[in-house]
Design a protein around this ligand. Structure first.
Ligand code: SAM
Length: 286
């Protein structure tokens, strides 16, 4: 299909790192338009439908809508337009990997708005956004670390809302951290650093952070006590840890607020827990 290509994608997405993270839809990509004279994007529209190379990935059956949209013959993403720089356009939500070709770009117009359109409920996403909003005002301190930051969605929000503090994000893969840095740069957020590392061995000195957040992350770990001990090491004695975990989504072990409470107490924290919208909110301190 290369002869039909009208542009190329630039980001840090690869088959490997997209497999684990449908969270990529929060990320920013650059699209370079080539050999097309007319303006395909304009600031009149906030959203566009972009047709691009498909991902060579198979998501599990529970996420079959991703397979249908992004992993068949071609991929189709609805993206939010950010801005342009020459013939390069920045968009959020493109589910295509670095180097993918673009075949078509269509504004998402009032013609596309369908009255009473039905969508399968994505309550997890909604609950996560609400939880972000609840947690951010509680975070106070000069240095904040977000462990298991994924694509940096929460991390960048924290830094944008608190421009006078230093915010750090850590996650396993350097390629993810590159994408996080790109997201922050395009959003114009400067008070933030992304570092590759594991929750089991955080690349920071002892007692460095005032606040540490772990969002929808601890249930991914085989050894939660080890991570809690390591988080405690990099937390100041006056520091606080804010954790949000889904109750109805888990990998090996389902944990209720009381299970989290016990894990924190066993790791040497004082702890407050509460349950809201099928989420455990845990605040740990020393
Ligand atoms: C469900 S995602 C949540 C991402 C982000 N906190 C958010 O809410 O958007 C879980 C994240 O935990 C990360 N993760 C898993 N094991 C980890 C470890 N040992 N150390 C650091 N991050 C880890 C994964 O790579 C993934 O990005």
């Amino acid at each position: 299909m290369d002869q039909l290509s009208i542009g190329k994608v630039y980001n840090y997405a690869s088959e490997e790192n997209m497999k684990i993270l449908p969270l990529w839809k929060q990320s920013i990509s650059a699209i370079e338009i080539m050999g097309v004279k007319e303006e395909l994007f304009s600031e009149e529209y906030s959203h566009y439908i972009v047709i691009h190379d498909a991902l060579n990935i198979r998501f599990p059956e529970s996420r079959d809508e991703l397979n249908r949209r992004f992993c068949a013959q071609l991929g189709a993403s609805v993206v939010r337009y950010i801005r342009k720089q020459g013939n390069v356009h920045y968009v959020r939500g493109l589910m295509a990997e670095n180097g993918a070709s673009i075949y078509s770009i269509l504004p998402y117009t009032s013609f596309d708005l369908i009255e009473n359109a039905k969508f399968p409920k994505n309550s997890m996403e909604e609950r996560k956004i609400k939880a972000f909003e609840e947690i951010i005002p509680l975070l106070n301190g000069e240095k904040i670390l977000d462990v298991g930051c994924g694509l940096g969605t929460l991390t960048i929000k924290i830094a944008a809302m608190k421009p006078d503090i230093s915010v750090y994000g850590v996650d396993l893969q350097e390629s993810l951290m590159k994408q996080c840095r790109f997201n922050a740069e395009i959003e114009g957020v400067g008070n933030i650093k992304f570092v590759a590392g594991s929750a089991y061995e955080l690349p920071f000195e002892d007692a460095y952070f005032d606040v540490i957040t772990c969002f929808f992350m601890l249930h991914h770990l085989d050894d939660v006590p080890k991570a809690l001990k390591e988080i405690k090491r990099v937390l100041k004695p006056t520091g606080e840890v804010f954790v949000v975990e889904p109750i109805d989504h888990f990998h090996d072990i389902q944990r209720n607020p009381d299970d989290w409470k016990k894990l924190f107490i066993d790791a040497g924290y004082a702890v407050d827990v509460r349950k809201k919208h099928k989420l455990s909110y845990i605040k740990g301190f020393l």
